[in-house]
Design a protein around this ligand. Structure first.
Ligand SMILES: Cc1ncc(COP(=O)(O)O)c(C=O)c1O
Length: 430
C-alpha cells in the first residue's frame, strides 16, 4: 500500500470521509486523494514525494504560485507580533482601502474568514436592507454552504447529492427556509423577466457567480447581465456579485470590471487572502451602513480581519497589481487551453475549452456549454479517465467535471508545455 493510501485509511477513522471539504475526496473520479506535503510555485508534492503540476491552486487562491517568497516573508513578519488581537489594526484599513480602489462599486467592505461567511452575511444584509425575504439564485452556482443557498448548488453538491428541483441540495436544510430561494436557469433572460414581473417587489436579492466556476466554467451573456442589473434596480432588489472565485482572478477588478456592471454588493475570498482564511463582502455605503454596529443587521467574527491573513492578502494584492501580471497570466492560460484543444483535435476527441484570466474550463463536448444542463450532458466518463491519465503523469486537475481549473503566474512555458505533452498521451489512450 502506498503512503497516500495509508494516510487516507488513517484519515477516515477520525475525519468523516477522510477529508475536511468533500470534493477533495475524489468521489466523482474514484481513487485515492493525494496527501500534500509541500508546494512551490506551480507544483506540489504528495506523501510519496511525487511531484504534480497544480491546476487547482487551492481552488483559486494561489494566483502568485505556492509559497511565493514575498508573501511568506510578509506572513512571517506578521506572525511574529501575534496571530490575532480581536481588536482593529491599520493593516485592515489598508486592505479595505485597496479593495475599494480596485473595485469602485465597493464603497465599504467588511472582512470575514471564508467565502461562505461572505455570501451568508451579504444575503442577511440584503434582506435586512430591503425588508424582504425572497432571493434568486441560479442553477449550478455555488455560493458556499449557508442554508438559503444550498439549492441547486453546483460542484461538490452535484457530485455528492441529489439536486432535485425545488429541494435543498443538502440534508439538514429546512424546506421552510429554501421556499424563500427561487432557482432560475443561468443565462435565461426570459425566466428572470417572468419572475420579476410576478414577484419583483418581494425579491430581496439576486445572487450570482458573474462567471460561473462551480459547474465547470460558464460565462454569462451580456443580455443576461444587463437584464439582471436593470430588473434589480427597477424593483429595488440588491444585486449581489459573488466574486469569491472570480475576484482578482479573471482580472484585477474581477468579473465586474470586464462586464461593466456595478453590483450593489460584492463577495470576495480566495485570492484576497493569498491562501489564508480571509474573505469579505462590500458594496454601496448606503447598504453597508445597515450592518452592526451602525445598523441592526448583525454580523461578527472572532478572527475577522486576522492580522496574519491581512498581511498575506495585502502582499498578494501588491503582487497582482504589478504591471503585466494579468496579461501574462491570461496569455499562459490561453496558451495552455489552445494546446489542449489542439491535442484533442489531433486525437479526434470532441473537446472544447474556455478561459478568463487565470480561470479555465474544458469540456468533453463539441461546444462550450452555456448552462448547467448543458454541462451535465458533457462526457463525464471521458473526463474521469482523462483525470486519472493526467494524474498518473503528474498533472493535478480538479477531481470533478463540474469544477473550473486555475493557473498561477508561475505556470510558465515549460509548465504549460509539460501539461500539453501529458494531455497528448492521455488523449491517445482515451
Ligand atoms: C463562487 C463561490 N462562492 C462562495 C464560495 C465559498 O467559499 P468558502 O469555501 O471560502 O467558504 C466558493 C467556494 O468555492 C465559491 O466558489
Amino acid at each position: 500500500m502506498g503512503q497516500n493510501e495509508i494516510l487516507f485509511e488513517r484519515a477516515q477513522k477520525t475525519i468523516p470521509g477522510g477529508v475536511n471539504s468533500p470534493v477533495r475526496a475524489f468521489r466523482q473520479v474514484g481513487g485515492t486523494p493525494r496527501f500534500v506535503t509541500r508546494a512551490q510555485g506551480p507544483y506540489f508534492w504528495d506523501a510519496e514525494d511525487k511531484r504534480y503540476i497544480d491546476l487547482i491552486m487551492s481552488w483559486g487562491p494561489m494566483i502568485a504560485g505556492h509559497a511565493h517568497p514575498e508573501i511568506v516573508e510578509a506572513v512571517k513578519k506578521a506572525a511574529e507580533t501575534s496571530f490575532s488581537y480581536g481588536a482593529p489594526t491599520e493593516g485592515e484599513i489598508e486592505l479595505a482601502e485597496r479593495i475599494c480602489q480596485i473595485m469602485p462599486s465597493v464603497e465599504q467592505v467588511r472582512m470575514v474568514s471564508s467565502g461562505t461567511e461572505a455570501t451568508m452575511s451579504a444575503l442577511r444584509l440584503a434582506r435586512g436592507y430591503t425588508g424582504r425575504d425572497l432571493i434568486i439564485k441560479f442553477e449550478g452556482c455555488y455560493h458556499g454552504h449557508a442554508d438559503s443557498l444550498l439549492v441547486k448548488a453546483g460542484s461538490g453538491l452535484l457530485t455528492f447529492a441529489d439536486s432535485t428541483q425545488n429541494a435543498p441540495s443538502s440534508g439538514g436544510v429546512p424546506h421552510d427556509l429554501v421556499k424563500h430561494t427561487l432557482v432560475l436557469p443561468y443565462n435565461d433572460v426570459a425566466a428572470l423577466e417572468e419572475v420579476f414581473a410576478k414577484q419583483g417587489n418581494q425579491v430581496a436579492a439576486v445572487i450570482l457567480e458573474p462567471i460561473a466556476g462551480n459547474m465547470n466554467l460558464i460565462k454569462p451573456s451580456q443580455a443576461f447581465l444587463a437584464a439582471m442589473r436593470s430588473l434589480t434596480s427597477q424593483y429595488g432588489s440588491v444585486l449581489i456579485y459573488d466574486e469569491v472565485m472570480t475576484g482578482f482572478r479573471v482580472a484585477l477588478g474581477g468579473a465586474q470590471s470586464l462586464q461593466g456592471i456595478a453590483p450593489d454588493l460584492t463577495c470576495l475570498g480566495k485570492v484576497m487572502g493569498g491562501g489564508m482564511p480571509m474573505a469579505a463582502f462590500g458594496g454601496k455605503k448606503e447598504i453597508m451602513s445597515k450592518l452592526a454596529p451602525l445598523g441592526n443587521v448583525y454580523q461578527a467574527g472572532t478572527l475577522s480581519g486576522n492580522p496574519v491573513a491581512v498581511a498575506a492578502g495585502l502582499k498578494t494584492l501588491e503582487i497582482i497589481s504589478r504591471a503585466g501580471f494579468y496579461e501574462s497570466l491570461t496569455r499562459q492560460t490561453e496558451k495552455l487551453m489552445a494546446g489542449l484543444k489542439q491535442a484533442a483535435d489531433e486525437a479526434g476527441i470532441p473537446f472544447a475549452v474556455d478561459s478568463v484570466g487565470g480561470m479555465l474550463g474544458f469540456y468533453f463536448a463539441d461546444q462550450v456549454p452555456t448552462s448547467f444542463e448543458a454541462v451535465t450532458k458533457t462526457n463525464i466518463e471521458a473526463f474521469k479517465k482523462f483525470f486519472h491519465l493526467m494524474l498518473d503523469q503528474g498533472v493535478y486537475l480538479a477531481p470533478s467535471a463540474y469544477e473550473a481549473g486555475f493557473t498561477s503566474i508561475a505556470h510558465d512555458d515549460a509548465v504549460v508545455g509539460e501539461i500539453i505533452a501529458a494531455a497528448k498521451n492521455a488523449f491517445k489512450k482515451l
